[in-house]
Design a binder for this molecule. Sequence first.
Ligand code: F6P
Length: 549
Amino acid sequence: MPENAPLLTRRPQWTALEDHRAKFNGTHLRDLFAGDPGRAGRYTVQVGDLHIDYSKHLVTDETLALLQELATATDVFGQRDAMFRGEKINTTEDRAVLHTALRAPAGTVIEVDGENVVPGVHAVLDKMTAFADKVRSGEWTGHTGKRIKNVVNVGIGGSDLGPAMAYEALRPFTARELTFRFVSNVDGADLHEAVRDLDPAETLFIIASKTFTTIETITNATAARTWLLAGLGGDGAAVAKHFVALSTNAEKVSDFGIDTANMFEFWDWVGGRYSFDSAIGLSLMIAIGPDRFRELLDGFHLVDEHFRTAPAEANAPLLLGLLGIWYGNFHGAQSHAVLPYSHYLSKFTAYLQQLDMESNGKSVDREGRRVEWQTGPVVWGTPGTNGQHAYYQLIHQGTKLIPADLIGFANPVDELSDDLKGQHDLLMANLFAQGQALAFGKTPDEVRAEGVAEELVAHKTFQGNHPTTTILAKELTPSVLGQLIALYEQKVFVQGAVWNIDSFDQWGVELGKVLAKRVEPALTEGAEVPGLDPSTQALVGTYRALRGR
Ligand code: F6P
């Protein structure tokens, strides 16, 4: 956005939305549906395999038109095109943002600093394919000649959440004879539990770190190497058969002792939280096989192309991004729930937390001015039916507006027994019931008509008017997972573009990292740490006393 562009909240399109919101007050979804019989069909968009119903939102055609005018005024599509072209839109790090190149078909030309990056992407994919095939077939053996049976990914943030989430999501497609574990926490218990029942001779460690300097990952990787060598008689040569690295930093990989021949490269134009379809997906590729991995990439690409080419009124990431802006900026909603009705998507929301909150949790705009508008929401949620028996009470009858996404699939996975497949309709009945209850609620008159005593009527009334998007697909395949993730990636992009923030840096994680390094010697050696505040100083003292130091 040009530096002299008006601040977002002073744009006429913004104030038009404020006026519209004031008039909208009191409108109920019950009225919107009653007054518009075609609403359900009209407010639905199909993208690839994703059927997206946004009819249960507090919007009219006028709302959508006004939101689209805001998107036009803030040049969302111009910013989108700059991203796809490889311009350095991550200005605070002076980097291009090209996760879309990771899933671009061979032959596409996308240039960064005058160099086409697509051939490099496919060369790494081919190298990953060859390696994954060798591990899956048993041709790649450990130091003692034993077949690899266990794969342990060591990484954190974007180098963990994506592969760990996708491994869960695609379990039915995985090589069941192999064991996969994901270690991220610097709490030694994480690695301990991951390897305690494994044979080092059969274990491959994948050290995943874009920078290869992340303290949690390097600490765990070092401990993993110690564990491996202790189990294999201390021969350092074993590392070459049991450790591979996924990184942009060949020098650090080599310093760690991993041969760069065993390194799978990616590039600084891939953000950590956008990296799981890069080399960071190696563990997943070993799990589901290279062909399925490429189906996943095709799924991502399908939604990228939709985002790049679909007109505004049918552009799903644009619509979902703008709906989030409508609630966050014009209704004061603070959070957004993502509620999958799929056990396999149990880690999906945790993955989205990094994608969304690390991208759009910003309070200055691209020019460094403090923003006067709300930016990214708190993203939260767990699989739906479990949530129903925990926190849905607050969504239904609490005092907060919490827009939610309900995600479900028409078919259970094939390998379930017929009995278990039979449970699928009940699972999905819950999804549909929740969407209906949240939107339409139950009026006091409806409660009274059931013969409820007058003093309980208020307690048993459901106000309704809670907006949801329902996303349905035939089944959860690798391609569908790619489509879903790209949908959210591009939605996050849209919101950052309107808010005029840099969605691709993450300076907010730095201070804690620096302070942790500074505090550690105070814990271990009782060292004086200059600048430690009195509260933290006292806590450090208590900690040392409790540890008997
Ligand atoms: O939490 C900050 C962060 O830089 C994330 O953005 C990133 O995904 C994670 O740490 C891990 O970084 P790396 O892959 O460099 O180890």
